[in-house]
Write a protein that binds this ligand. Sequence first.
Ligand code: ADP
Ligand code: ADP
Ligand code: ZN
Ligand code: ZN
Length: 761
Amino acid sequence: MTRHSDSGIVITRAREHNLKDVCLTIPKGVITVFTGVSGSGKSSVVFDTVAVESQRQLNETFPTFVRNRLPKYEKPEADGIRHLSPAIVVDQRPLGGGSRSTVGTVTDIASLIRLLFSRAGEPSAGMSTAYSFNDPSGACPACQGLGRTVQLDLECFFDRSKSLNDGALLFPLFNVGGVQWTLFTRSGLFDNDKPLRSYTKREWRTLLHGGADGEVKIELATRMGTQNVTYEGIVDRFNRLYLNRDLSTLSKRTRDAVERFTTDAPCPACHGARLNQAALATRINGLGIADHMAMEVTDLIGVLEKIDHPLGTPIAQAAVEGLRRIDDIGLGYLHLGRETGSLSGGEGQRLKIVRNLGSSLTGMTYIFDEPSTGLHPRDVHRVGRLLTQLRDQGNTLLIVEHDRDVIALADHVVDMGPGAGVHGGRVVFEGSVAGLRGSGTLTGRHLGRTLPLKTEVRTPTGHVAVTGASLHNLRDVSVDVPTGVLTAVTGVAGSGKSTLMSEVFTAQHPEAVFVDQGAIGANSRSTPATWLGIMDTVRKLFADANGVPAGLFSFNSTGACPACGGKGSLTADMAFADPVTTVCETCAGSRYSAEALSYRLRGRTVTDVLALTAEEACAFFTGRGERGVRSALGTLVEVGLGYLTLGQPLSTLSGGERQRLKLAGHLGGRGGLYVLDEPTTGLHMADVEILQRLLDRLVDDGNTVIVIEHNLDIVKQADWVIDMGPEGGRHGGQVLFTGTPARLLKHRTSHTARALRQGLD
Ligand code: ADP
Ligand code: ADP
Ligand code: ZN
Ligand code: ZN
């Protein structure tokens, strides 16, 4: 640690979440990597303490007038946090901006390309053209130059944990009991009691876009007599009723509701280019603006370098500089027009790194959340190079990581633990990487360990085929996926793994269940207890013990705190900034009314019970008639989430925790076909072992499990490997190899084979 510039960030007695009076000095001007099992408290230190306090202190420096318009940050629970510098968080949360946000807009390269066309474009014969969508003579007539049109927002339209009968349709005009709702429940097309998240691909299609089986008539009794209505999917019906008509003819209430349940997507006429056909027809060296936006970054660099035009060349060079950075970080297979909403978390995070490298700020604190996510072992060094570059520009880097190669970059390591949740929250080691190796902590012990290759592989029970896959960069790919075994799908980023497995495969095999790290429980009230479906029983136990109605123990019903309506918090909309959320003072965040909290079950109130961890709750629910609750909780312990409390909002879970929670729901079944996209994201090497056991158990129970993975420990333990490549984007999209891990080892050109060989040395 020779790089120390000054004293460092000093944290005294931090207590956010599970932190147990953590005292820590984080050196400045160097890379500090935070390690530890999932749930040990890394994010609580780095994001919820350092980043939040930095933002809060920064806001304090503004005059009151400005400060009142900024988001409020609660002071983190700690005695002191000193010597902070301004912090920039580079995380995996989606890049904001909705569908207007593309790779080109978030990096500002799209505006350079537009500028280039306005200076150096050759208009098609006979037109003189404006290149600005703000000019009526340049704008696309279909969208008036907005580049987007309004569409129903599928993300917020449904509560997928509910069935139609339970109110899965959240749009108020489609509420349970209403006419619109009846059209779906009377159609005979759905099991009205089946939660939407269990729908097959085919049922989803029918719900959204109508049946593949031709016309379905629904008989409906109305005041005007019996009517025959033709079934329409939700999207079509919504478009017809609310979008494809003059909104001003609708009531204000309807308009507001429609607004809340819609987002915008690229205009089908100009594909988001916002320009009319004349502008789109303008060329530079034979290529139009839309061609530039649709070309892979690697190819676009070559095209722009050829531009020889007195006004155009300097602009093209500026664009090339930005494009090179995108290529350097391994995203050269993307195109500028790609919506950021369709990028994976890791891709989004790397784009944010690119944005920050363009700045000349120094003396900042950068905070990263697992920057190796989504990268093939071959490419981890690329992100490493950019991180050291940021450090050498005079910045402080705090990085949460599990990847051995990124940990190796650290000038300083903070290892959190020893366990997760209540069993963690302490610093178990601080010092150099070499020191960590010798420290004997869980991380230290795993660092030096390499797993052997699996040689005794399982025998497949059969296979399922993917045939003629031609989406994105795949060109007529066919491959057999063995059943009854664990298959790893590998390949460099952009080679086509997700396209093949999470899009084509799941479309061709609708029974396949895709278990990702994405959000669960669409509403803010979802908790592990509601997800496991044990709340009804818990409420009934409280009701029976006290002789009162069960609804009293629901904060969605009569038990809700009257002040916050059962939310536990109050949100104030701010004119200029993000909305501000504060804990409800009446119920102190418990969500329950005072009456609900006056009743007890074996000495505990309902909030006491919701504050129990799954482990503790297993020991609490031991009575007769509580076996179902106990066994549901047991699956949580089994997937390594025993430290979660029953009432912790699912929105506070990490991606890895969400994914394991979803897996918990599948334990005990057989004959299933599961696809998991990078399940090791966010997992410590010790968590990866738990995950591996879980996957093995699913397979041993008679299921087929397919994982898209870069983690070599998982690849080594697979029964079968499908390796994609050879590179990303246009240069990928092929199946390079299928077979056992032992046979892959001998492959001459595969990057995965090479990484495996290195990992075994
Ligand atoms: P890590 O980053 O090491 O995975 P975290 O700091 O995210 O761990 O979590 C530490 C503990 O705090 C875990 O038990 C987690 O479930 C809990 N936790 C995290 N966020 C919240 C929150 N917003 N509210 C309550 N508990 C939380
Ligand atoms: P991997 O999973 O191996 O990282 P992907 O399947 O995500 O690779 O990507 C394969 C190719 O398809 C890449 O060129 C990628 O940019 C492209 N691609 C992936 N998703 C989309 C999308 N939604 N729209 C356009 N192109 C996409
Ligand atoms: Zn348009
Ligand atoms: Zn309240």
